[in-house]
Each structure stands twice: as structure tokens, then as C-alpha cells.
Design a protein around this ligand. Structure first.
Ligand SMILES: CC(=O)SCCNC(=O)CCNC(=O)[C@H](O)C(C)(C)COP(=O)(O)OP(=O)(O)OC[C@H]1O[C@@H](n2cnc3c(N)ncnc32)[C@H](O)[C@@H]1OP(=O)(O)O
Ligand SMILES: CC(C)C(=O)C(=O)O
Ligand SMILES: [Mg+2]
Length: 555
């Protein structure tokens, strides 16, 4: 039965709520990032990564710039164990990178973990046990004291084994299921563990506060963290780390508020892979900083490749709407957005803007290796003239007059609506050609000659009803003479209202395009001509416009 009465609010407020974190406006510096893709991400996959796949993911994490990577749960599987051994034995850990491994607070699991770590240059060993009221009661059947003892005994064994094992070891403790734990109790366990480890400012320990299962609004988590931050023992000797999950969809907010509340380090994964709804997406947190002008100290300039590699290795997908990485996150289909984007991009170029403030696009897609032409403006029935004009301008150098752009915009929308499909750049270009460049239902100019000396006399041959016919006319200029020839031959009248032309390339042999709008009874008829010779381009444009007019007025 779908009944909210089955549920209740169950989170723990800290004994003191100071809300100092709320007064901070922004995050000024990137936290230490720790990728847990190869552990928390991996343990949530239907098919955990093979050793080879883990190696490839590890390589990508290094390339992105992670300096701390939780690489395995060595006691979990032979693959995890061997992966760690591979990194150590093949000296695959760069000097400025620290790997991390995790273990339960169980003796044989801790021992197996240190055995796997033998010879590591430097590593963080991560101890966790669940401290929540629900798990104490339902899973462990232990008192608060017993659960604390589990952590403390584990911490002691860590110290002993670290001394007996080759390597430089740093320790991390997580009160797992923290959101379901009384805050003071979680703090007490963390401080008890720290009392055993006795970290120093030169050899710190990490206290990692997870939202193992996110159960409250982010300001609750931030207030809990602020309390822990203010009450941890030997604060200068501790790195306060956070590990948000995303059960309520607030993982990113938890991370950001958490940093405001004093967290110095954030654990998470690429694209938010991880248990259930996932870990916090570190790409989003890092790019949120980037988009505010803060160096995220991670590099996502090759986002397409990161996406492809991630999907191949994890066999997971990435939502089209995933912030910064989804395939549609820089795309506008809707007309008014496209119009603003296209004007914004032009403004940016004209004004030589240094700072990015193009409407509707929070960061420059090209920073992430995304493509303006294919990613930003895509056309369907929701689109408008701004976007359609932008596509033709950018892909084909076509600058339509305003009113013609409007007419073509409505035409394209109609086609998309009728066929219920998105239209590609090429399809839009073909529609443009069919409508304005190759539209000859009544006649087509075959040849033309303008005698300027003879008071602008134009001679045209036209193909009409399978006959070649000669027509001629005089005028104030070449185009006027051609226009008069057509008016006389077809017995029509119109006003030439719009004439625009531009070159379609830089060199002198480049094509020119001419756009002509003629008007009769208040309605405009458009045509476009493209030719090396601007007079011919203009004549062809006029001929198309007249064809459109004749289509309406013949018979
Ligand atoms: C929130 C997190 O992401 S925590 C990380 C979770 N990740 C994983 O579990 C992935 C890897 N895990 C594994 O491969 C296996 O669980 C192993 C190898 C570690 C252990 O396997 P098993 O020995 O079969 O034990 P199992 O996983 O069923 O653990 C249950 C037992 O461990 C105890 N336990 C569970 N977690 C902890 C812990 N962190 N510290 C101490 N004891 C623990 C349970 O109370 C239970 O005890 P019981 O045997 O007395 O009933
Ligand atoms: C073990 C811990 C840090 C964890 O993954 C969690 O609580 O989510
Ligand atoms: Mg986790």
C-alpha cells in the first residue's frame, strides 16, 4: 500500500546548531578530492570491474587529476586484492598520488588488508563500521559501548599492523550510517579513534562523515558537520572528509554545504555512480566551482572521452541531463533560448568578451571539449528563427534577411511538427535550398546578358513549360532591367522591397549569395541566388521570388 504513514522523520540534530556555515557565500578553494569509483562505485555495479578495467579506470582518474583514489576493498575479492598488488608491484602510483583502501572493523579483514598493502609507498587505510541506532539494534545487537569498542579495537589493530607492514600509512575512520547516528555519539567514536591514532599536523588522520543513506535536507547535514568540525580532537591534525550519497537527490548540495561547514575533503565518483542512487557526482561539484571562477584542480576538458570510457568500463549509462556531462546539457531546442544563445554568442564575439555570460549556457561547452555546431542548437518543432538562422549561418555561411529568416523558421518548425522529428543541419539546409534556391515551378533562367551601355538592357532566356523563351527589359540598373523583363513577360507587378547580398567566403573566387524579397498586396515573396557573379546571384534570387509570387497569383 502506498502510505506515507509508514514513515517518519528520523534524523539527529547536533546538541549545538551554530549555522555559521550559512553566512558563507561561496567556496573559494577546491577541496581535496578522493575518487571512490574503484570501491564504492565498483561495489554497486551489477558486474564489478575486472582487473584490466580497474587499471583503465585508474589511469583515467589519474589523467583527470585525482591525487587521492580509493582503489579497492582488498578483502572483498581476489580481483580487488590483485589490483592493489598490481599497482604496488608495478610501481604504478605516482609520487604525488595517495591510494586508499577500505576495511571493515573485523580482525581478519583488517589483517588481509594490510597484507595486501605490503610495500606500498604511501596509502590511506580506511576503517569503517556502522554506528546507527537502527544497525546497532537490528544488525549488530550491540550497545553503544560495544560498537565504539569495535571501532577502537580496529583502530588499535591498524596502528599495530601499520608498524609491522612496509609503507607510509595514513588512517581514515568513517562512522558508517552516520545519518542514522546520534551526532554526539558519532563524534565520541571519532574522537576515541583519534585518541588511539594520535595524528599530528605533519601526519594527519582523516575523519570521514558519510551520508551513507541520505535521510534529511542538506542544511541538517551541514549543521551536523559544523558541530563535528568544532568539536573534533586535535583539529589541526585531522582532515575532515565527507562522503555524500544521493538518496534524496541532494548529494551535490550536501557536498557544497558540507564544505561550507568545514569539510576539507570530498569523496565521490564520476557521474555519481555508487550504491543505490549513487555517490555524489564529483564532476558536478568540481564544475560548479569552475563555473564560479574557482580552479577545481581537476580537468574535464576531454568530457566526451571520459563519458565513453566510463560507460564502457562500468556498463552504466549517463543521463542526457547529467550536469556538465549529459549529451543534452548544452543543447537548446526551444526557440527563445536559441535566439538568446545565438545573439549572446554573436555579442561575445563582437565585444571580444573575456568572461563567459552567454544566456542559457552556464559554462562554455568548448571548455569540456563539446562542439558548438552539433551540441548547442538543435532544431525541432519547438525551435525558432534565431536557432534556425544560427544553424545556417554557422554551418553554411548563410545570413538570411530578418523577415525571410522568420518565414523559413515557421516553415522548418512545421516540417518538424508534421514529421515528429528533429531535423539535422543537413536537412535544414536541403529545405532551405528547396524553398529558396531551387524553386522553379513556373520558369527557370537559362542564360542572361545585361548591356549596361544600352541603358541597362537585360536579355534573358528562360525555360518555361519545356520551351526556351527569350525575354527582355530595360531599367535603372541591371537588376531593375531583369525585373522589368520578368514583369512584362509574366504580366505581373510587384515591389522590390529587400535586397541583401554577401560573400560566402574570404577569397575573391568565393561564392556570393543574394537575397531578394518582392512584395505584392502587402505579402513578401523570397528568393535566394548563389553564384560567383553577384549579378547572376541577384537575378536567380529574383527569379525564385517571382516563381513564388506566380505560384500564388497564376490562375
Ligand atoms: C556503506 C558502504 O559502502 S560500506 C562498504 C560495503 N562494501 C562491501 O561490503 C563490499 C565488499 N564486501 C565483501 O566482499 C564482504 O562483505 C566481506 C568479504 C568484506 C565480508 O564478507 P563476510 O565475512 O561474508 O561477511 P558479511 O559481509 O556478510 O558481513 C556481515 C558480518 O560482518 C559484520 N560487519 C559488517 N560490517 C562491519 C564492519 N564495518 N565492521 C565490523 N563488522 C562488520 C556484520 O555484523 C556481520 O557479522 P556476523 O558475521 O557476526 O553476523
Ligand atoms: C564506508 C563508507 C564511507 C561509505 O561508503 C558510506 O558510508 O557510504
Ligand atoms: Mg558510500
Amino acid at each position: 500500500m502506498f502510505s506515507h504513514e509508514k514513515y517518519e522523520k528520523k534524523f539527529y540534530l547536533p546538541p549545538v546548531i551554530s549555522y555559521d556555515w550559512v553566512k558563507k557565500e561561496s567556496i573559494e578553494k577546491a577541496p581535496v578530492w578522493c575518487s571512490v569509483d574503484l570501491r564504492d562505485g565498483n561495489q554497486a555495479l551489477p558486474i564489478p570491474m575486472t582487473l584490466q578495467e580497474k587499471l583503465e579506470m585508474y589511469q583515467m582518474l589519474l589523467e583527470i587529476g585525482f591525487k587521492e583514489i580509493e582503489v579497492a576493498f582488498p578483502a572483498a575479492s581476489e580481483t580487488d586484492y590483485q589490483f592493489l598488488r598490481t599497482l604496488i608491484e608495478n610501481k604504478m602510483i605516482p609520487e604525488d598520488v595517495t591510494i586508499q583502501v577500505i576495511t571493515q572493523a573485523r580482525e581478519h579483514i583488517i589483517r588481509r588488508t594490510f597484507e595486501a598493502l605490503d610495500g606500498v609507498p604511501k596509502a590511506i587505510v580506511h576503517l569503517y563500521n556502522s554506528t546507527s541506532e537502527a544497525q546497532r539494534r537490528q544488525v549488530f545487537h550491540k550497545s553503544k559501548e560495544d560498537i565504539k569498542k569495535l571501532a577502537v579495537d580496529g583502530a588499535r589493530l591498524f596502528k599495530k599492523l601499520a608498524e609491522e607492514t612496509m609503507g607510509d600509512f595514513y588512517f581514515q575512520y568513517s562512522p558508517e550510517s552516520f545519518p542514522g547516528t546520534e551526532v554526539d555519539y558519532a563524534l565520541d567514536i571519532c574522537n576515541s579513534v583519534l585518541e588511539i591514532w594520535k595524528p599530528t599536523p605533519n601526519h594527519k588522520a582523516n575523519i570521514n562523515i558519510p551520508t551513507t543513506v541520505e535521510n534529511a535536507m542538506p542544511h541538517i547535514y551541514a549543521s551536523q558537520l559544523e558541530y563535528i568540525n568544532n568539536n573534533l580532537l586535535d583539529r589541526d591534525s585531522v582532515v575532515l572528509s565527507i562522503h555524500p550519497h544521493n538518496d534524496r537527490g541532494c548529494g551535490v548540495c550536501d557536498a557544497e554545504y558540507g564544505i561550507l561547514a568545514g569539510a576539507q575533503r570530498v569523496e565521490g565518483t564520476l557521474f555519481g555512480n555508487g550504491e543505490r542512487t549513487g555517490n555524489v557526482d564529483l564532476i558536478t561539484v568540481a564544475m560548479n566551482l569552475y563555473s564560479q571562477g574557482v580552479d577545481p584542480e581537476l580537468n574535464f576538458s576531454n568530457m566526451n572521452q571520459i563519458c565513453d570510457t566510463y560507460k564502457r568500463l562500468t556498463k552504466m549509462s549517463i543521463s542526457e541531463r547529467q550536469p556538465y556531462s549529459g549529451s543534452l546539457v548544452f543543447t537548446a531546442f526551444s526557440g527563445s533560448h536559441q535566439d538568446a544563445i545565438s545573439k549572446g554568442m554573436k555579442y561575445r564575439e563582437q565585444e571580444k568578451m573575456q568572461k563567459w555570460d552567454v544566456p542559457y549556457i552556464p559554462v562554455d561547452p568548448s571548455d569540456l571539449g563539446r562542439n558548438y555546431e552539433t551540441d548547442v542548437i538543435r532544431i525541432n518543432s519547438q525551435s525558432g528563427k534565431g536557432g534556425i538562422g544560427y544553424i545556417l549561418e554557422n554551418a553554411y555561411g548563410i545570413h538570411m534577411p530578418y523577415r525571410m529568416n522568420e518565414e523559413f523558421g515557421y516553415f522548418v518548425k512545421k516540417v518538424s511538427d508534421r514529421d515528429s522529428k528533429e531535423l539535422s543541419t543537413e536537412e535544414i539546409y536541403q529545405l532551405f535550398r528547396q524553398q529558396y534556391v531551387e524553386f522553379f515551378p513556373a520558369f527557370q533562367i537559362q542564360s542572361m546578358k545585361v548591356n549596361v551601355e544600352e541603358a541597362n538592357e537585360a536579355f534573358l532566356t528562360i525555360l518555361q513549360d519545356d520551351n526556351i523563351i527569350g525575354v527582355k527589359g530595360h531599367g535603372a540598373g541591371s537588376l531593375d532591367a531583369i525585373s522589368n523583363a520578368l514583369k512584362k513577360h509574366f504580366s505581373v507587378d510587384y515591389d522590390l522591397k529587400v535586397y541583401e547580398e554577401h560573400s560566402m567566403g574570404a577569397d575573391s573566387s568565393a561564392l556570393a549569395s543574394a537575397y531578394i524579397g518582392i512584395q505584392k498586396n502587402g505579402k513578401q515573396y523570397w528568393g535566394v541566388g548563389i553564384n560567383r557573379d553577384i549579378i547572376k546571384a541577384s537575378a536567380f534570387a529574383l527569379a525564385i521570388a517571382v516563381n513564388r509570387l506566380l505560384g500564388e497569383f497564376s490562375g
